[in-house]
Ligand binder design. Structure first.
Ligand code: CAA
Length: 258
């Protein structure tokens, strides 16, 4: 049985990691199921994705410590590469991915959240990179993405001490965009995803591409990329529709994803 569930609600896809007995910890099987879930998303229909964990306790409590405990150097490196490939798939997924963090997001769980475009969490969420306490470094992107997402100094403090931060501090340091009472988290995630999904889908995708790829370039190259992607929009039906609706003072813009 798959450890990852998928459902689509209109233009919003919801991916749920479902291994609550191990607090949704990521073993090789879960990583494969996560990859398969994203591979299976119909991008003609879905314009935004929510990623969450099953249960009320954990988003993901990390990579599976039992599985890692007997790994050799080569197996450890291969496991890291597998996780990184899955997370990179999510990071570069054509449509925005919102992490709805409903509890513990530790180690690989924090790293998974970091590979999403937008992070929101419930008030019981806890974030951390406790790997150094287990004798390892983060292996699914934590040393790279945490230092890019928050201040380098705060990222280093979290990485070196292994200490976790609660939802209110995660908000204060910019690790999450907003904090919800647990019962309202998914509704908040759905509203956010639907707001994104109502906009012109190609323009939203181009924004994601411009930000993600631009961050790895110098400003001149990033601006050149933006000009190209901006220009591409003028070949779309959605640009015609969006601007006509404005000029005709028409409500109910109908973007066709084309
Ligand atoms: N791997 C495997 N199993 C895990 C797990 C993990 N990362 N986290 C929790 N579990 C399992 C527990 O072993 C336990 O299983 P059993 O009931 O069979 O004993 C079950 O989930 C429930 O966990 P607890 O009883 O420990 O629950 P708790 O409420 O007392 O504590 C917790 C919750 C603080 C999250 C604690 O489970 C914990 O510290 N988990 C490990 C967190 C961690 O260190 N994560 C980093 C992993 S390393 C990593 O992720 C490397 C990387 O970057 C790739």
């Amino acid at each position: 049985m798959s450890n990852v569930e998928y459902r689509a609600e209109g233009a919003v896809g919801v991916v749920t990691i479902n291994r609550p007995k191990a607090l949704n910890a990521l073993n090789s099987e879960v990583l494969n199921d996560l990859l398969a879930a994203f591979d299976g998303i119909d991008l003609q229909q879905v314009r935004a994705v929510i990623l969450t964990g099953a249960g009320e306790k954990a988003f993901v409590a990390g990579a599976d410590i039992g599985e890692m405990s007997t790994m050799t150097k080569e197996e450890g490196e291969a496991f890291g590469k597998t996780g990184n490939a899955v997370f990179r798939k999510i990071e570069t997924f054509p449509v925005p991915v919102i992490a709805a963090i409903n509890g513990f997001a530790l180690g690989g769980g924090c790293e998974l959240a970091l590979s999403c475009d937008i992070r929101i969490c419930s008030d019981n969420a806890v974030f951390g990179q406790p790997e150094v306490g287990l004798g390892i470094t983060p292996g699914f992107g934590g040393t790279q993405r945490l230092a890019r997402a928050i201040s380098v100094s705060k990222a280093k403090e979290m990485l070196y001490t292994g200490k976790s931060v609660k939802a209110d501090e995660a908000y204060r340091i910019g690790l999450v965009n907003s904090v919800y009472p647990q019962a309202e988290l998914m509704e908040g995630a759905m509203k956010l995803a639907q707001t994104i999904a109502r906009n012109a889908p190609i323009a939203v995708r181009q924004c994601k591409k411009a930000v993600n790829e631009g961050l790895d370039m110098d400003l001149e190259a990033g601006l050149a990329l933006e000009s190209k992607l901006f220009g591409d929009c003028f070949e779309t039906l959605d640009q015609r529709e969006g601007m006509s609706a404005f000029l005709e003072k028409r409500k109910g813009v109908q973007f066709v994803n084309g």
